[in-house]
Design a protein around this ligand. Sequence first.
Ligand code: ATP
Length: 475
Amino acid sequence: MDINQDNVMEKIVALSKRRGFVFPGSEIYGGLANSYEYGPAGAELKRNIQEEWWRVFIRERSDMVGLDSSIILHPKVWEASGHVSGFSDAMVECKKCHTRTRADHLIENDMEAKGESMSVEGKKEAELDAIIAEHKIACPVCGAFNWTPVRKFNLLFETHVGIVPEAQSKVYLRGETAQGIFVAFKNIIDSTRVRLPFGVGQMGKSFRNEITKGNFIFRTLEFEQAEIEYFFDPEATDWKELFEGWKAAMHGFATRNLGIEASHLRWREHGDEERSFYSKRTEDLEYLFPFGFKELWGLAYRTDYDLNQHAKFSGVDLSYTAPATGRKFMPHVIEPAVGINRLMAMVMLEAYREEGDRTYLKLPPRLAPYKAAIFPLLANKPQLLELALKVHDDLQKHFPVAWDDRGNIGKRYYAQDEIGTPFCITVDFDTLGEADGKSNPDHKGTVTVRDRDTGTQERIAIENLASFLHGKIYR
Ligand code: ATP
């Protein structure tokens, strides 16, 4: 992507709808703010990013195990974690048009528009009121300068367990996946052979009552989070070294596995005001979105805060006993936390290319929704159709593949380019090898394979197609 290109975000939003990546949420009912649906191509792309994360961070590491805990946990979990009392954003409401907006975003966007910058992380409600008043920041929707005082609102979604009102009890949809890992910590060490240092990773839906304008799938009410708690003995492991190791792993995943240019990424360390009181260091890996460098992936050294809190609130001993010495202690953790949907937005923006009259998504082949698309040259020739269908059905056993027999070949290429399909395979008259004097006898049993990135075509024997594609996609 050319980061300076005009309207690249709008182009991605339009392409997403046109090609079945992402649709606005509940669209036939007029939409629901900050919610989206992932269409056929988007569901594949998101799943591929999830699988890549799971493969790299769980399956291919002997110091990691996976977990799949509940979305609805005991309500005390969120009291222990501090979410019930502290997981909140500061909000203001315009008294004229009733637009609600996050106070920090209102101030930061206003400053940015004036070419200045200000971070208001960690500021109290009264301080935010004072900044809004001092800079006379108007409502971005109606232009009025008539705000309610800043007030905090909690991001946790509440719901109830129990079918009769008298017997209902309040629970929360999880605001992050990480707490499930601490809750399961004892069961994991009791049921597996893990030894410190080791990590537990899990991926799944988290929910946050976000009121802010979403910037497409960057910030949504529900999102797929992928979090790791990496447990270690602070007396045996140097946390600074570990922290640097995780920084390298996260950066490497973004550049190598997701195909992101290193110059589009940067690290930003949280200052004292922004960092949680229990964290010794927090850094965000940021990506250069069209609306500026923004958090992609957080990395925090959370000490033994969470395990201590859950031990205190549950009354259960969550300490670890070192097998060699018998020493009992509370492990410390480093937490890399990312949203898969945010990764997907980044991957699509990064892959977007406009070259002459071509638009295509240069997705890493492993991530592409379909690895190949199969076309019969003409849809109304039964022999072509039959053979092309056979090629399609055989390849489908190996990879997700697409089929298209509408319009002309040029239009089909155009559609697959926008989906990011790395290879288009055409079954033509040469493939049939009819002795009509027109087809090239050397090409009998071969198909044309067109490369998405170069546009070049080569002929490959049908029986070699699967191994040819495999070599190109999973190299
Ligand atoms: P932000 O400051 O952007 O709200 P955060 O610091 O609250 O994010 P964390 O609690 O550290 O985020 O969550 C870890 C990761 O989860 C983030 O880096 C981001 O990738 C993702 N994430 C958080 N909130 C959302 C959301 N509402 N929609 C999509 N992804 C999200």
